[in-house]
Design a protein around this ligand. Structure first.
Ligand SMILES: [Zn+2]
Length: 414
C-alpha cells in the first residue's frame, strides 16, 4: 500500500457554491429538484458542470450516451482512475444525492492539479446519467453504457411517461443513440464514488465517514393470495376465506421474521392491490410487493425461503392459495478491499472518524464493482433524509468528504 500522505486541501467555499448553483437548476416551487436525464434542466446542469471543469483546468469530453468527463492527464495517459456520481435526480429530489459525488470529485481534481501537479496515472471525474431510472426506468444507464451492458433493444423499447423512446430523447439533446457502444471504457483501473449516506447511521453515531463494504443484494417479489368473495353481512367469520385477512397475517409475520434476523436485514411491503375492492365484499384476491435487502447473499436467500414457507403455512391454515413471482433479484456487490484500505488510511490522515458499513441503497458503484475495483465513501445525511428537498449534508461534512476523496486519489494516482 502507498505510504501515508498529507491531506490535500480542497476549497470548501467553492464546493458550497457549486452545490447551491447546481441545486438551483431544475428546482421547483416547493424546493425539490426535477432533473431527469436528457431534459432541459439536465442539459443546463451539464453545461454548467462542463464550464466548471474547464475552469479547473480539466479536459472536458462527453461520451455517446451522455456521460460527461473532466480529465486530468497523467504521465501515463493510457490508464484512468475514475471518480464521480450521477447528475439525474428522482422527482422532487434533493441537491446532494449524486451531485455531491460529482462536485467533490471536481474540487478534488482541481486541488490535486494545483497542489500536486501532474499525476502518474490519469484522473477523471464523471457525471453519470439516468442512475435513478426516474425517466426511462433505465437504471444505471450511463454506467451500463461504459461497461458495455446496454442492450441494443433498449433504445427503442424504453419509453418515458409520454411515450418518447430513449433513442428519441437522446437525439433531442444532440446524441447519436446508434453509437451507444462507443461509450465502452477499457482503460479504467478504479472507480471511487463519494455519496451521501441517505440513512441516519453516521448522523446518529456522530461518525464522519462511512467506508462501504458491500452494496446490498435486493430481491423484489409480487405475492398473490387467493380466497373466495362472499357477502360481508351474511358470511360468519369462521366460514370465510378472506384473502386480505391472510395477506395481513403474512405481512405481520414477514416483518417479524426479518426483525428477528436483525440489522442490516430490511423488508418493505410497499404496494398493495385488493380485489374486488368493495366495502361490503370479502376480498378474494390480494397482491402485495416484497422488497427484501441484505448485504450477504446467503442470508438474503435464507430469509426469502423462510418468508415463502411462512406464507404457504398461513395460506394452508386459512384455506387460501398463495403464489409469488420474483420480479427482480440482484446479488450483493462487494467493494474492493485494497481501495477500502486506501480510503481508511486517507480518512485517518485527515483526522476523520469512520466506520465500515453496508449500503442499503443501490448505486452506480454496484455495477462498476462487478467489472473493476470500486469503493464508496459515505458522508452523513442530516436525520437520514434523502430523495426529498429536505436532503442536507453540512458544509463541514461535505468538505471533509471531498478532502478524504482528494487524499485517496492522491495516494492512487501520484
Ligand atoms: Zn444517488
Amino acid at each position: 500500500m502507498a505510504e501515508r500522505r498529507q491531506p490535500i486541501q480542497i476549497d470548501s467555499a467553492m464546493l458550497q457554491h457549486y452545490i447551491e448553483a447546481l441545486g438551483s437548476i431544475g428546482r421547483q416551487a416547493g424546493g425539490g429538484i426535477v432533473r431527469p436525464v436528457y431534459s432541459a434542466a439536465w442539459v443546463q446542469a451539464r453545461g454548467q458542470l462542463a464550464a466548471w471543469m474547464r475552469a479547473a483546468g480539466l479536459d472536458v469530453r462527453e461520451d455517446s450516451v451522455g456521460n460527461l468527463f473532466g480529465r486530468l492527464r497523467g504521465v501515463d495517459d493510457s490508464r484512468t482512475i475514475l471518480t464521480g456520481s450521477h447528475l439525474d435526480t428522482v422527482p422532487l429530489g434533493g441537491k446532494f444525492d449524486g451531485t455531491l459525488g460529482i462536485l467533490s470529485g471536481l474540487v478534488a481534481l482541481r486541488a490535486l492539479r494545483e497542489q500536486a501537479g501532474q499525476p502518474l496515472r490519469s484522473l477523471e471525474v464523471v457525471a453519470l446519467c439516468e442512475e435513478e431510472g426516474s425517466r426511462f426506468q433505465a437504471h444505471y444507464w450511463g454506467t451500463r453504457g461504459m461497461l458495455g451492458l446496454i442492450g441494443a433493444d433498449e433504445l427503442e423499447r424504453l419509453r418515458d411517461d409520454r411515450g418518447m423512446t430513449i433513442a428519441k430523447a437522446m437525439r433531442a439533446v444532440g446524441l447519436s443513440p446508434e453509437r451507444y457502444h462507443e461509450a465502452v471504457r477499457r482503460d479504467l483501473d478504479a472507480f471511487i464514488e463519494l455519496h451521501i449516506e441517505q440513512g441516519r447511521i453516521l448522523f446518529d453515531e456522530r461518525v464522519d465517514l462511512g467506508i462501504v463494504q458491500a452494496i446490498v443484494g435486493l430481491q423484489h417479489q409480487w405475492v398473490t393470495v387467493k380466497g373466495r368473495a362472499d357477502h360481508a353481512g351474511t358470511t360468519p367469520m369462521h366460514l370465510r376465506r378472506d384473502a386480505l385477512q391472510g395477506a395481513a397475517q403474512m405481512a405481520v409475520e414477514i416483518t417479524r421474521l426479518v426483525e428477528q434476523d436483525g440489522r442490516p436485514a430490511v423488508v418493505t411491503l410497499g404496494k398493495w392491490e385488493v380485489k374486488p375492492g368493495a366495502v361490503n365484499v370479502i376480498p378474494d384476491e390480494v397482491s402485495f410487493s416484497i422488497d427484501l435487502r441484505h448485504p450477504e447473499e446467503e442470508i438474503k436467500r435464507r430469509l426469502a425461503t423462510a418468508i415463502r414457507d411462512r406464507c404457504q403455512a398461513i395460506a394452508r391454515e386459512r384455506g387460501l392459495v398463495v403464489s409469488s413471482e420474483i420480479t427482480s433479484d440482484s446479488p450483493p456487490s462487494s467493494m474492493d478491499a485494497a481501495l477500502q484500505a486506501i480510503l481508511i488510511s486517507s480518512a485517518e490522515a485527515c483526522g476523520a472518524s469512520w466506520r465500515a458499513m453496508p449500503s442499503g441503497a443501490g448505486h452506480d458503484s454496484q455495477e462498476m464493482a462487478r467489472h473493476l475495483p470500486t469503493a464508496m465513501l459515505f458522508v452523513p445525511s442530516v436525520e437520514g433524509r434523502s430523495h426529498s428537498a429536505a436532503e442536507y449534508t453540512t458544509q463541514e461534512d461535505a468538505a471533509r468528504g471531498a478532502t478524504v476523496l482528494a487524499t485517496a486519489l492522491h495516494q492512487l494516482a501520484y
